[in-house]
Design a binder for this molecule. Structure first.
Ligand code: ZN
Length: 161
């Protein structure tokens, strides 16, 4: 049986960064905000309400606050189940530096906001389940330091078979 790609990545060695994977012509970006070891041993991961809040802001920012040349290639934005990062899917390839800058722009924008886009009964499946203050704290404590760090990477560490 073929192994799922993410199960051959050594998550004990994985550091914050943006990692590209291409499957069937779609580019999937593993936008890793936090080192999995820091999630497990230091509790540095997104609370589900924080992940939901960031999802609304990031989807809105990437779709409506970027140029059409980019936004027309964006297919999907969503949090990882392990709550250590997001997946971005696009129809064309972008560099990890491109994503690093865009994520930093997006989170700096979120820090100035006091209304969550799309947080309404009509447009969300769970419109009271948010934590804007927690999202801002996660941005300041985890995303900005990790995405401005020299440790930021775009090369997956693979498991030794
Ligand atoms: Zn929602």
């Amino acid at each position: 049986m073929q192994k799922v790609n993410s199960f051959i990545i050594d998550h004990k060695k994985l550091v914050p960064g943006v990692y590209e994977c291409q499957v069937n012509g779609v580019f999937t970006y593993d936008v890793r905000f936090v080192r999995p070891q820091d999630a497990v041993y230091k509790g540095l991961f997104m609370d589900p309400k924080v992940a939901h809040t960031l999802e609304h802001f990031m989807a809105d920012y990437l779709r409506t606050k970027t140029n059409e040349e980019f936004s027309s290639t964006l297919l999907y934005v969503g949090p990882m189940g392990c709550l250590t990062g997001f997946y971005f899917l696009t129809s064309v390839s972008y560099s990890s530096e491109f994503w690093r800058k865009l994520v930093l722009e997006c989170v700096e924008h979120i820090l100035t906001q006091d209304t969550i886009p799309g947080a309404a009964e009509l447009t969300c499946g769970n419109y009271k389940y948010f934590d804007l203050q927690g999202a801002k704290e996660f941005i300041g404590k985890v995303i900005i330091p990790n995405f401005t760090s020299d440790e930021f990477s775009s090369e997956y560490p693979y498991c030794q078979e």
